[in-house]
Design a protein around this ligand. Sequence first.
Ligand code: CA
Length: 704
Amino acid sequence: MRNALRWILTLAAAVCTTSIAAAPPGWVTADRLAAADRDPDNWLSVGRDYGETRFSPLTSIDATNVSRLHLTWFHDLDTRRGQEATPVVVDGVMYTSTAWSRVLALNAVTGEALWQFDPKVNGQVAVNVCCDLVNRGVAVWKGRVYVGTLDGRLIALDARTGKPVWSVLTVDRNRAYAITGAPIVAAGKVIIGNAGAEFGVRGYVTAYDAATGKQAWRFYTVPGNPAQGFESPAMERAARTWSGKWWIDGGGGTVWNSLTYDPKLDLVYFGTGNAAPWGRSEADGDSLYCTSIVAVRGATGTYAWHYQTTPGDVWDYDADQTLTLASLVLNGRQHDVVMQASKNGFFYVLERRTGKLLSAKNYVPVNWASGVDPKTGRPTINPEARYASTGKVWLAAPGGLGGHNWQASAYSPLTGLVYIPAQEIPFPYLRDEKFERTELGMNVGLDMAATSLPPDAASRRAALSGLKGYLLAWDPQGQHEVWRAALAGPWNGGVLATAGNLVFQGTAAGDFVAYRASDGARLWSAAAQTGIVAAPMTFAVNGRQYVTVLAGWGGVYPLVAGALAFKSGHVVNRSRVLTYALDGAAELPPVVAEPPQPTPLRLPDLHSDQRLVSEGASLYARHCGQCHGDAAVSGGLTPDLRFSRALVNPDFWNAVVNEGILTPNGMVSFRKELGTTQQQAIRAYLTQRAAQTDETPPLTHPGN
Ligand code: CA
């Protein structure tokens, strides 16, 4: 059976390669995308096909010869922030985005740069971005390359030159919107969402005419102020599930990651993020269409159905993870389904046409709900998990970073398994009773100081022992685990599955690994010199198969997790495109020795005032920790403030914190947010933390 399939795929590939030989650069069409399985040499969209399977029919590299896989070229990137994109390859040209929403076209065989595009995003927008200055990929369509930018633009580039053809602003810049997700092209339209549910925005997806950039439709995921009227009956229905004046905080529900399309049904599927802010009470209602999987018509953007994974979410259980379209046999019947390993720890299988729940089962340990009622589709929520109602700290499993985050899962129709980059990162929640919205930074309504990890060694050890990361092979038909590969810690890369009975995944520890897809045997690995979080892809040119991954440690985890991020991996960011082939002959340059650790700062006159230090800890957690790490320990992306010369040089402190001289790097002025006394308190806290460096892991050497 498998040999027959392989033969058919190979024959189809040969036919396809011949027929498209003369196509202009980046010539992806609806027919071509719909027939992606018969065109295995190309990887035509971020998820490879409309169904976001991230499964390649290529078989030249397989479980019997993968040991011969070796680097064949690499391309150094010009940014040192998280690299989360999966490249697209069309007819021998690779298109990818990188950090800061930059775009690159490379010769897919040699790695030679064909063109680069920098949208020149202003550094001050970094303060509107929760989860690193990342971009997850481009869409390619009829000779154009589409990218969403951190500052909210959607730009069409000429695939031949990288020159902009059109650009539209997709957001209101008076609100803290950002774009980190990849667009898709469906029904001739480029479809893009946005991020910012932690910052008080109203989520939506917008479709633009691919040729002109003219807006075709917009679907809001949450209702606006009823006094201004509802855009649609779907918004009117949703408004009944909210209470209070939710629109002041925007509502949230952002579509910041996965978009999928079924051309036969003309349905666009997307997941939505948390309601804003997190620390709301049960009485606030279900808050539709937040934390939901939603389907809308591709032609018009009108509501088709929704399934809410977490009604009344207060744990940041965004449903923005990979949405995979597949056909499964369930109870003896064939079903066309959409499935997701959701952040909240449950694996959902839904009927693709109607959104009806077919099954749900937890794929990681879950304590916020005991299960999902198959009749109502609603989770049975543990009352103790409703910390906003109990007023007590709740240690949630999963935590807000999810059992599975944006790192793409893959589905192999050959093994019938979904491969999930799973993790266990418990997180303590306590509602902030004094919550007030601020202009700068996150507005989540949690007491962040209370959730911060105590700096003493015993507490750290206890927290570290609960952290896990593993690649999980999950049977979506039987809803059970088939195998798992344990990793050093959480926050590893997305996944690629191939017909060569292989699964590829990069790790936070800096290894790029191949497993046998059927049983999880670890068959091959290569050192990437940095943590990998992006998902790999594969393609072929002139009969030779290649495997590519973007390397470059980053994302939200190293920004916020502080010392915990060290458990997972290789925290130095060396951003590169890495491409492997059988008998490849390239080598990465040797790692240059790191500079010696800086001397800890000791300023006893400042940190002797414990009241000031304590106030500083709270202010740090509220204003600084989202980028500089829990308990002032950098996870490798941003400067470790315990070693900042601003602590010993008041002029430099003033220049950075008040004058904003590092705005181009993302460190904006906090003059309006923090008064002189508050700044002094933060300095006192940081100098105390600097004196405690024996108790915390040492500084690494972040870039920018
Ligand atoms: Ca969120």
